[in-house]
Design a protein around this ligand. Structure first.
Ligand code: G3P
Length: 218
């Protein structure tokens, strides 16, 4: 399973990229607004930190506008994945951009039929938003499972399922169990994935006993 980091904070991306555990990055207009920085500068800096796909979202709502913006974003670096919304116009833009060899992440997916259409449009990634479905009292994970089943039914559908709107470590585990190809995860949740109180407690005990031996390894 691939891990993308879901942030536009270049400092956080740098720290995580240095671990070698990150396979790409996703941003969105809300994350860019939160950073308070210039969008294209951010994307340029992120693309220099990772060889993996870096999602950069268009702002136009019509297909022609999305294609123009998408081509401009794709010029920033080879690893830009243009992010388009899951609308009719977005799917038209997706088809044109992917036919031209640009990676496309179709975002704001909330149903299995939408994911089927994204795959038909040749999307590189489709982003089902788990957390936002959970917020409405629905089951975001059920959507991942449905998309996995549909995509596995048809070998000609090559779109990768990118589990998005992940809020908890439980979401990451459930996405992996459901067979998502990628999870895009906020930095805090990525770090929380390695935490366990028994690990901390066990390490403390081992270190206390090691000290008693009076030995050194190097
Ligand atoms: O990748 C999309 C993600 O950033 C949305 O997350 O928490 O705003 O629903 P959230």
């Amino acid at each position: 399973m691939k891990f993308f980091v879901d942030t536009a904070d270049v400092g956080e991306i740098k720290e995580l990229a240095e671990s070698g555990l990150i396979d790409g990055v996703t941003t969105n207009p809300s994350l860019v607004a939160k950073s308070g920085r210039d969008f294209k500068t951010i994307i340029t800096e992120i693309c220099a930190l990772t060889d993996g796909p870096v999602s950069a979202e268009v702002a136009a709502l019509d297909a022609d506008g999305m294609i123009t913006e998408g081509r401009a974003l794709a010029e920033i670096a080879e690893n830009v994945a243009v992010k388009v919304p899951l609308t009719w116009e977005g799917l038209r833009a997706c088809k044109t951009l992917t036919d031209g060899g640009t990676m496309v992440n179709v975002t704001l997916c909330f149903s299995a039929n939408q994911a089927l259409m994204a795959a038909k449009a040749g999307a590189t990634f489709v982003s089902p938003f788990i957390g936002r479905l959970d917020d409405m009292g629905l089951d975001g994970m059920e959507l991942i499972e449905e998309i996995r089943t549909i995509y596995d039914n048809y070998l000609d559908l090559n779109t990768e399922i990118l589990a998005a709107s992940i809020r908890t470590v439980g979401h990451v585990k459930q996405s992996a169990l459901a067979g998502a190809d990628v999870a895009t995860v906020p930095p805090g949740v990525i770090k929380a994935l390695v935490k366990h109180p028994l690990t901390d407690k066990g390490l403390e005990a081992f270190m206390a006993d090691w000290k008693k031996t009076g030995q050194k390894i190097v």
